[in-house]
Design a binder for this molecule. Structure first.
Ligand code: FES
Ligand code: MG
Length: 576
């Protein structure tokens, strides 16, 4: 047909389906095409512009999302890259989610964004898609959606923010936000001082400047071959970031020509590379949930036992906050993800494909030799001898729980103490700072009902504040246990993702104030020292769990369909 002939005339011999790809169903295909061209010509496009591969670009700019505040610059650069390679760039919006502007919690909206992403990629005619995301939930949501949509995909992150300075001390969101807030709660710094700090924590647009969830997901996306080599770490406002955007656009056209879809690149081996890098960078606990969800879209099951085995043989090499001392801009100057992959050596699967069309091994070799530095260490001189994360089990968490062992005060890695139980976040807020609260530094703070169903949305409330009366005496860390999550920028002896959650009947709901709880990271144990018979008696007395199901809308869908942390908190009907 004439359309096919025109399609094959795209520049550089690139076979383009372009705007001919898929057609709106009017029952008359030629009329559908006629209408489509009429409308896009209304936007000022010529026939010549349309005879090219169409590269969709996911524009997640939003006034409520400062982490994506460089979106206009990135869009322009990606479009330039696409056009330099002979493609036609077309950007389109989806939901955008910022951590601090998403009520009740950004995690509640991640799956919604993934559905938006999947269906808008599928609905509109594009030969490849560039995902632009950055803030914590956006990159996972985009990877989940694009994995399901099955269109050739390349990811571009917005990049980290610059650090700021306070009285000669370098500061950055949001590890330092928490540290300064802790000092303010403890009475160490005054109200005017904390207000001054507030203006200095976020140095520019971009994602949090530490190895929080956003930086972690950026690194994993690169390590798994879905983004350009070296692209994870460049700060948002640098020339590097803009050049990476241009190169991403150019590569998207090549991906369209090759027809390489995500399931070719995201294999069991590349997910293992992702887990390996997660451990070596001291990455966010949240990344386990997100990786599990992305893998689940492709029918790949990640096991936490496997993660734990890898953890014993993968030291932490990267010295970034929250577990270490540097920031993303330092990590970028130190070589970024390619340098981490190089140092990991034989622990990495080198034969896996990447979006560049070359193997990960070839890309690592291209990254050049290492140099003496203390930000990305060598295997022989690690920051922490084991991986940053440990997988716990025990009668409190039959389905498992996670702790970021590298960020725990060493004295609390093995700890036994009496439980102080909070029923939910409202109970916590009401009592945690009560001077009458019976609590000591040895107590174990337990928070129930903040799991995927319980809150709902599994909020980052697992980082329970230190009770004010202890904070003011200098207590900075305590053992805390919940079925929720914590921010990737937080640190402490915090046991998270207790599965199954209390709201759906997990044994966490049976714990009572005064029970003795044991945390042993060396034995990978989280246990309440109460007999099975007594736990059974308590269960009988409380009755079966009956989570409240909202009456309508997305909230009802969420509570009805969300899976537990060990399945990535994806919706059942979205899994492969
Ligand atoms: Fe967006 Fe931290 S708030 S990355
Ligand atoms: Mg976060």
């Amino acid at each position: 047909s004439e359309a096919a002939a025109r399609a094959s005339s795209a520049p550089g011999g690139i076979p383009a389906t372009g705007i001919r790809k898929g057609l709106t169903t009017y029952g008359d295909a030629e009329f559908s095409m006629f209408l489509r061209k009429a409308f896009i010509k209304g936007a000022g496009y010529s026939d010549d512009a349309l005879d090219r591969p169409v590269i969709g670009i996911l524009n997640t700019g939003s006034g409520f999302n400062p982490c994506h505040g460089n979106m206009p610059t990135l869009l322009e650069a990606v479009k330039r890259g696409v056009m330099l390679a002979g493609g036609l760039p077309v950007d389109f919006p989806t939901i955008s989610i910022h951590e601090s502007f998403s009520q009740p919690t950004s995690m509640f909206l991640r799956n919604l964004m993934s559905m938006d992403t999947e269906e808008m990629i599928r609905a509109q005619p594009m030969d490849a898609v560039v995902l632009i995301g950055g803030c914590d939930k956006t990159v996972p949501a985009q990877l989940m959606g694009a994995a399901s949509a099955g269109v050739p995909t390349i990811s571009l992150v917005t990049g980290s923010m610059l650090t700021g300075g306070y009285r000669g001390e370098r500061v950055g969101a949001c590890t330092d936000c928490r540290a300064f807030w802790g000092r303010f709660r403890g009475g160490e710094i005054s109200k005017p001082e904390i207000d001054d700090v507030n203006s200095r924590l976020v140095g520019s647009v971009g994602t949090c400047s530490v190895m929080g969830t956003a930086s972690t997901m950026a690194c994993l996306t690169e390590a798994m071959g879905i983004a350009m080599p070296g692209s994870a770490s460049a700060p948002a406002v640098t020339a590097d970031r803009v050049r990476i955007a241009e190169a991403t656009g150019t590569q998207a056209v090549a991906l369209a020509a090759a027809g390489t879809k995500m399931d070719t690149i995201l294999t069991q081996e590349s997910f293992e590379n992702g887990l390996r890098v997660l451990l070596a960078i001291g990455g966010s606990t949240n990344a386990i949930i997100h990786l599990t969800a992305v893998a689940g879209r492709l029918g790949i099951r990640l096991s936490l036992e496997q993660l734990d085995r890898m953890s014993t043989e993968t030291p932490v090499l990267v010295d970034l906050k929250p577990s270490g001392k540097y920031y993303m801009e330092d990590f970028h100057r130190a070589g970024g993800v390619p340098a981490v992959l190089r140092e990991l050596g034989s622990l990495i699967h080198r034969e896996v494909p990447t979006v560049t069309g070359r193997t990960l091994g070839e890309e690592i070799d291209d990254a050049g030799p290492g140099f003496p530095q203390d930000i990305i260490r060598q295997l022989s001189n690690p920051v922490y001898p084991e991986g940053s994360l440990a997988f716990l089990r025990g009668n409190l968490a039959p389905g498992g729980a996670i702790i970021k062992q590298a960020a725990v005060s060493p004295a609390l890695l093995e700890h036994t103490g009496p439980a102080v139980v909070f029923e939910n976040t409202a109970d916590l807020a009401a009592r945690i700072d009560d001077p009458e609260l019976e609590v000591t530094a040895d107590s174990v703070l337990v928070l129930m009902n903040i799991g995927p169903v319980g809150a709902p949305g599994m909020p980052e409330a697992g980082y329970l504040p230190i009770p004010k009366k202890l904070a003011s005496r200098g207590v900075r860390d305590m053992v805390r246990i919940s079925d929720g999550r914590m921010s990737g920028t937080a640190a402490g002896a915090v046991v998270l993702h207790v599965t199954p959650e209390s709201a759906v009947g997990g044994p966490l709901r049976l714990v009572q104030t005064g029970d003795t709880i044991t945390l042993s990271v060396s034995r990978r144990l989280i246990q309440v020292e109460v007999s099975d018979a007594e736990l059974a008696r308590r269960e009988e007395a409380i009755g079966p769990a009956a989570p409240a199901v909202p009456e309508r809308g997305y909230r009802k869908l969420f509570v009805t369909e969300v899976t537990q942390a060990d399945e990535g908190c994806d919706f059942r009907f979205l899994q492969a």
